[in-house]
Design a protein around this ligand. Structure first.
Ligand code: 5GP
Ligand code: ZN
Length: 114
């Protein structure tokens, strides 16, 4: 494939299966998996199969599956309330330097455990 990877990148390693993850959906251009530090139950990440740190560095073609996959995740999870979030740069709270879109369910009070 044309997918570009960076040897030291944890998300590139997740795409290649070198680091385990709870995979949700995979396409030719995109990989999605559960966040290891979820902000809510079902917090997922959708990432392009191309190593770019920030959105403006990513070729457009890798974006074509991202929102359809985010939709699939929302439908599969049966959630009606959720946020899509994408951070670029440390000041903007980006910690992993491989473009990723968060799909963060927003549970209602009745959904919350405890
Ligand atoms: P950022 O702050 O860069 O937008 O979000 C990075 C996200 O990646 C965080 O929510 C963090 O929990 C998640 N994350 C970091 N390392 C790993 C990992 O090795 N596996 C998984 N599944 N998620 C990770
Ligand atoms: Zn990467």
């Amino acid at each position: 494939t044309a997918a570009k990877s960076l040897a030291s990148c944890i998300f590139c390693k997740i795409i290649k299966g070198e680091i385990p993850s709870y995979k949700l959906v995979e396409t030719g251009l995109t990989f999605s998996f559960l966040d290891i530090g979820p902000l809510s139950k079902g917090h997922a990440l959708v990432i392009p199969k191309y190593h770019a740190a920030k959105l403006h560095e990513l070729p457009d073609e890798y974006l074509s599956d991202v929102l359809p996959i985010a939709k699939k995740i929302a439908v599969a999870q049966g959630i009606e309330n959720y946020n899509i979030l994408q951070n670029n740069g440390r000041i903007a709270h980006q910690m992993v330097d491989h473009v990723h879109f968060h799909v963060i369910p927003k549970p209602s009070d009745s959904d919350k455990e405890g």
